[in-house]
Design a protein around this ligand. Structure first.
Ligand code: SF4
Length: 61
């Protein structure tokens, strides 16, 4: 399982980081970077981050 952030959609709201700080980091401009990969199951915090992103920039493969 892999978490992706569409850099063209991400607008730097940081809601994903608020919801799942162990999974997302922010770059110097406040845009999201997924830092943890390879979950066997989707953690609840990641579901919350996906739902919280107003740009629908987060996808899970
Ligand atoms: S909540 Fe969405 S738009 Fe905001 S930083 Fe995270 S991925 Fe980007």
């Amino acid at each position: 399982m892999k978490i992706n952030v569409d850099t063209h959609k991400c607008s730097g709201h940081a809601r994903c980081f608020d919801a799942a700080p162990d999974v997302f980091d922010l770059d110097d401009s406040g845009y999201a970077l997924p830092v943890t990969q390879g979950f066997d199951e989707l953690p609840g915090a990641v579901r919350a981050a996906v739902a919280a992103c107003p740009e629908r920039a987060i996808t899970v493969e």
